[in-house]
Design a binder for this molecule. Structure first.
Ligand SMILES: O=C1O[C@H](COP(=O)(O)O)[C@@H](O)[C@H](O)[C@H]1O
Length: 246
């Protein structure tokens, strides 16, 4: 089974807090139900997941997850040093990962110390090690959950309009250099995202109305509209982004 955006399940919730809470519940359930090995979770970057990170760090929520059974990866990263205000890993670490009992060896930030191309290749090696194979195999998803956001230009992860990485069919990690956003980026590619049990888009705020409408139609002219998963795709949107009354 492969799911494309036209077959995504859409859940419209009251507000951004409700979206973050629902995502927290999904993560709790995923780790709890994971039978073999650790749950491999790819976090999204940007501003939207910050509420989720803060919710997961609350002691009463954090204790519902056995963090020793979680491996954290990233869907994308700004190619900036750790500690930079635009670093996705720094944001996740500050708000969440430094506050929960996850072993450091199970946190896999995208490297940003070499050239972007070399760092992308290095992250592929990290993923191959976690996956235990060098080739993606249907029925054996790389990720339990890939979290994604939605840019106002239709990008997701760092799959930006017009970038060569959109054509990548083999590598799991690529590079983009968007003209419309700061910093070179590392990003999971379409094939890596597709190797997932569940892809979840978190979309909040009324500035996302036009792109969310196109995403829901599976508009292939925007990068996010071309996401597929060998599992399921869920869009968690707030009423503002869905253009509905709250
Ligand atoms: O999937 C993603 O989407 C965002 C858009 O982010 P937001 O700041 O509007 O929440 C993107 O830039 C981010 O890095 C990515 O993981």
């Amino acid at each position: 089974m492969t799911t494309d955006m036209r077959h995504a399940v859409v859940d419209v919730l009251k507000d951004a807090d409700a979206v973050a809470m629902k995502m927290a519940e999904l993560l709790i359930e995923t780790v709890r139900n994971k039978r073999d090995g650790k749950a491999r979770i790819a976090l999204s970057g940007g501003s939207t997941p910050k509420k989720l990170f803060s919710i997961l760090a609350r002691p009463e929520v954090a204790q519902q997850i056995d963090w020793s059974r979680v491996e954290i990866f990233y869907g994308d990263e700004r190619h900036v040093p750790e500690g930079h205000e635009d670093s996705n890993h720094t944001s996740a670490k500050t708000l969440l990962l430094s506050k929960v009992a996850i072993p450091a060896a199970q946190i896999h930030p995208m490297p940003t110390k070499g050239t972007a191309q070399a760092d992308a290749a290095q992250y592929q090696t990290v993923l191959e090690h976690a996956y235990g194979r060098k080739t993606l195999e249907a029925g054996h998803p790389l990720f339990d959950i890939v979290m994604l956001g939605l840019g106002t230009d239709g990008h997701t992860a760092s799959l930006f309009p017009g970038e060569a990485v959109l054509q990548e069919k083999t590598a799991w990690v690529g590079v983009s250099a968007p003209k419309t956003a700061p910093h070179e980026r590392l990003t999971l590619t379409y094939p890596a995202i597709a190797s997932s049990k569940l892809v979840v888009f978190l979309v909040t705020g009324e500035n996302k109305v036009p792109m969310l409408a196109r995403l829901r139609q599976g508009d292939g002219s925007i990068p996010s509209g071309r996401i597929v998963s060998e599992g399921e795709i869920l869009i968690l949107a707030d009423s503002a982004a869905a253009g509905e009354p709250s």
